[in-house]
Ligand binder design. Sequence first.
Ligand SMILES: [Zn+2]
Ligand SMILES: [Zn+2]
Length: 286
Amino acid sequence: MRADLHVHSDASDGTDPPAEVMRRAARAGLDVVALTDHDTTAGHAQARQALPAPLTLVPGMELSCRLGQHSRGQHSLHLLAYLFDPDDAELAAETRRIRDDRVLRARAMVDRLIDLGVRITWDDVAAIAGAGVVGRPHIARAMAASGAIASPDQAFTPDWIADGGRAYVDRYALDPARAIGLVRAAGGVAVLAHPRANRDLLVTDTQIAGLTAAGLAGVEVFHPDQPEAEQAGLLGLTRDLGLIATGGSDDHGRLTGHRIGSYTAAADAYERLIAQATGSRPVRGG
Ligand SMILES: [Zn+2]
Ligand SMILES: [Zn+2]
């Protein structure tokens, strides 16, 4: 059984509509795919409708969190939430707050870039984001289109919009322990996303143990940005702490090179995950 538990669509910062993501998941030979857009469930309905048999969809979300009270935004942390009740009022209110702030923050970053001489406008960025949740990848694409940089990945440096960069602006984010509490209260299962990916704060073993005490169910071990040695270390840690070791491709469509299905979770990890969920159930296609 192959389960890719971390995939984005254009409901957040992926390049493909949810229906296309589901078709790609089926073509990649997956049995299970989780749609985990940033701070939104807006893609779920379309994914559900387009779901081909025998693919199973796990409705999910990737929540923006921040560890500790730091002003420079170096300590962002992502939490994967699965199978929560999509109508849970408190979780929905928090994700709305994060999304609203994303727009304010993206506008502030565009203003800073303009001050730095980059010839982009807010309209350029908004047009690229379309109906999706606006984020740094959209700004990066606008920068590349303006000729300020040769390709979007060059935006993620200290000169531009990397964490702490010249044009970087911090945003509203949830405390991870609170986010775990919200997900659980909504009947969902919380998994720490890519804690040792190069681009992020490296979440320590002690911090992961602390989040486990707060109700964390699992850790994303198998992820393309996580070096093999880190994956091995994390796998041992999940065994020690009784956590589920999950995996996913973090596919963003064209932006990451289509890589859906390239990283997956084991069958028993998937079974343990769905066994803990009470907020909603996986959806079978066809
Ligand atoms: Zn992430
Ligand atoms: Zn992601």
